[in-house]
Design a protein around this ligand. Structure first.
Ligand code: GLU
Length: 279
């Protein structure tokens, strides 16, 4: 099977050194395996995504010496695909509509009978306020939709190659219920949530290797579980170290000083960037 990987930035700001590291690693691993490197725009969040940032990202990556096939897949054009997956999960009684605000969730999770509020990959674990006793039915509502984890969870496993030696990670259904909970799969303003979008995109692009920062490691169990629920293949995962500043702080998009565009304007070369990143 041909090695296929992708770099999937959200075009909500400039690329910084951390993105450059991730993109170059994925590109270099694909090249070493005689495989394919794809670029994908994670532009589900239309309130924050800008075509100018998408154009700048392509320009920066080209400057770094990276190349990829066209056209570039854009999540904003895939709402029909996402909706049909939501319809499937809804028809199987695995989703429920949720009207809780963040404040509602904070208040419910902090209620005395709940014990200590637990955090999962998406923040506070949903306390179950809107979760129905019997599976929801009828037409798919235009609402925030959560996965009913107690009904959906299964034991899962995936291969992680970002550590040496590579290992298989097993996660039980009980762990998913307890430590992940009812994750959001559809947002009212965006259609799919990040988790659903990324799983469907990776499957449709036949991605065999997901190479991304270790900040997304905790999200991977959600993705693998969704793959199992939707009968999609599970790629190999490679979570790499994060690039930090000299104080050990993770680089953020708004950290313009680390934007590739800033280094370019200062006259640095792509080789300088590779040297800076030790890659
Ligand atoms: N769009 C995500 C980000 O910029 C990455 C998604 C992924 O690699 O799965 O953090």
């Amino acid at each position: 099977m041909t090695f296929r990987t992708r770099f999937a930035p959200s075009p909500t700001g400039p690329l910084h050194l951390g993105h450059a590291y991730s993109a170059m690693l994925a590109h270099d691993m694909a090249r070493a395996a005689h495989g394919i490197f794809l670029l994908r725009m994670d532009d589900l969040d239309q309130a924050r995504s800008r075509p100018e940032w998408a154009a700048q990202i392509e320009d920066d990556l080209t400057w770094l010496g990276l190349a990829w096939p066209h056209p570039v897949l854009r999540q904003s054009l895939r709402s029909t695909r996402y909706r049909s997956a939501l319809e499937t999960l809804w028809a199987r009684g695995l989703l429920f509509a949720c009207s809780c605000t963040r404040a509602d969730i904070r208040a419910a999770a902090a209620a005395p009978q709940e014990g200590a509020a637990l955090h999962g990959p998406d923040g506070l674990i949903y306390p179950g306020t809107c979760r129905p006793k019997a599976p929801a039915s009828g037409p798919l509502p235009d609402a925030v939709l959560r996965l009913d984890m107690a009904r959906a969870a299964q034991d899962i496993a995936f291969t992680e190659t970002g550590v040496a030696p590579a290992r298989t990670i097993h996660i039980t259904a009980e762990t998913l219920i307890r430590e992940v909970g009812d994750v959001v799969l559809a947002r009212r303003d965006m259609g799919a949530s990040y988790h659903l979008g990324v799983v469907l995109d990776d499957a449709d692009q036949q991605i065999t290797h997901v190479i991304r920062g270790e900040d997304l490691f905790a999200a991977t169990q959600i993705h693998v579980m969704l793959q199992k629920l939707l009968h999609l293949p599970t790629p190999t995962y490679h979570h790499h170290k994060l690039i930090r500043d000299e104080n050990g702080k993770r680089l953020a998009k708004r950290d313009d000083a680390r934007a590739l565009a800033t280094y370019r304007a200062e006259g640095k070369s792509p080789q300088d960037i590779r040297a800076l990143l030790g890659s």
